[in-house]
Design a protein around this ligand. Structure first.
Ligand code: UD1
Length: 418
């Protein structure tokens, strides 16, 4: 078992190149199954979720080859199975995109129910409703999602919640559906747009991604293509919040600043100085940041995936901050771990109240999920003394060796094996 050990140090300084977006990559890789051809996907992050997905794709009959560390060639011509029941995808949330891709191409899919981080109940009813509207019979049976259709036909689908997963999944499945599919109340996250752009490169006809209404005109064939994944909004935000929390100065490069607007706005409100260019942002923190209130929302609101890192930052702000988590019903499980570092946070349902200006001290803590792990890294950097973080496997699911980038910024952080 691996641990991350941090000797707290303020004032991280330097530049970080942000990797390709995890949540775009885990949608685009399964979407390649829909094409029955060769796709080359570039700017992939080298993280555990990608390794697990590539394993699943290979077992389905795709030929997957890493051309280099961040570029993957997928030849899905010879897919031989519509059943994905592999151990490798048990911990993945994004395994559900294989349902959309296999159902769209073969009219049938059987995929293990998704895993992923535990933020309370994470239903997939909107995915199923969408597939059913396209004409599929969908059931959950023995822990698997089973979907089957003699033919998929375009439909008008109104999502009850603007779910990222349901929007992308229905979009992928409906690429071959006869006629036009309309998804209303669609999610607008950057990775929804990225997946739509990828499908369009292959010959799909998807319009409106990034707005509330997405229209997909069915086609009879997708060809292969090359695609470069967008930068990771959440990795970028993690380093921006690290700059603020450690009162340092960090430039995040290879990013799309527009995707960061909600984060930049909060950091400015707290008193950080930000400089923005076409593909970079520099964040300069200070020792006297103001407390703020934050409400997580679907894009373009403040991302729920940065909520734990923001909570940690607010522990060192002057005054009391309130975070309201509106996306998930149980995303504060990590607070118990944060308290071990001396953070004063109380939670009531979806609301966390953070008493700022705490003196954090190092402790032995455990990552309870991916972004909670990132929050503990930030906490450890801010704390006096040594912090030891267990369950690093969660952090590795979404960050490519987070400790190496932190080291380049001057952090005293290392990975150790037990
Ligand atoms: C994706 C991201 C995750 C992020 C989340 C919100 C991936 C692989 N994961 O997760 O990192 O935190 O978006 O930005 O991209 N819901 C339903 N029924 C459904 C689907 C969702 O009620 O069928 C609810 C969920 O319980 C949640 C809300 O909708 O309250 C948003 O979930 P959703 O956008 O679907 O999140 P994921 O796709 O699971």
């Amino acid at each position: 078992m691996e641990h991350i050990v941090i000797a707290g140090k303020r004032g991280l300084r330097g530049e970080v190149n942000i990797n390709g977006a995890k949540n775009a990559a885990v949608a685009i890789i399964p979407a390649a199954v829909a094409s029955a051809s060769v796709c080359v996907i570039d700017n992939l992050p080298h993280i555990e979720d990608i390794v697990s997905l590539v394993d699943a794709m290979t077992k389905l009959g795709c030929k997957c080859r890493f051309i280099n560390r961040n570029t993957l060639e997928i030849d899905s011509t010879g897919v031989t199975s519509v059943t994905a029941d592999f151990d490798s995808i048990k911990k993945l949330r994004a395994s559900y995109y294989l349902v959309g891709a296999l159902l769209g191409r073969f009219g049938e899919a059987q995929v293990l129910l998704p895993g992923g981080c535990n933020f309370g109940t994470r239903p997939i009813d909107q995915h199923m409703k969408g597939f059913e509207a396209l004409g599929a019979a969908v059931a959950i049976d023995h822990g698997m999602i089973k979907a089957k259709a003699a033919k998929l036909t375009g439909a008008h689908i109104y999502l009850d919640v603007a779910s990222v997963g349901a929007t992308i999944n229905i979009m992928i499945a409906s690429v071959y559906a006869e006629g036009t599919t309309v998804i209303e109340n669609a999610a607008k996250e950057p990775h929804v747009v990225d997946c739509a752009n990828f499908l369009n490169i292959l010959g799909a006809r998807v319009k409106g991604a990034g707005t509330d209404t997405i229209r997909i005109k069915g086609v009879t064939e997708l060809h292969g293509g090359e695609y470069t994944i967008i930068p990771d909004q959440i990795e970028c935000g993690t380093f921006m919040l690290t700059a603020a929390a450690t009162a340092g100065e960090i430039t995040v490069r290879n990013i799309i600043p527009k995707h960061m607007d909600s984060v930049s706005a909060k950091l400015s409100e707290m008193g950080c100085k930000l400089t923005e260019g076409s593909d970079f942002i520099t964040v300069r923190g200070s020792d006297s940041l103001r407390a703020v209130n934050v409400k997580t929302m679907a894009y373009p609101g403040f991302p729920t995936d940065l909520q734990p890192q923001m909570t940690t930052l607010l522990c060192s702000a002057n005054g009391t901050s309130i975070i309201t988590e509106t996306v998930f019903d149980n995303r504060y499980q990590y607070i118990t771990e944060l308290r071990r570092l001396g953070c004063q946070v109380t939670v009531d349902g979806r609301i966390a109240v953070i008493e700022g200006h705490n003196r954090l001290t190092g402790a032995s803590v455990t990552a309870t999920d991916l972004r909670a792990g990132a929050a503990l890294v930030i906490g450890g950097l801010c704390a006096e003394g040594v912090t030891d973080i267990g369950n690093v496997k969660y952090i590795d699911r979404g960050y490519e060796r987070i400790e190496l980038n932190m080291q380049r910024l001057g952090a005293d952080i290392k990975r150790v094996s037990e």
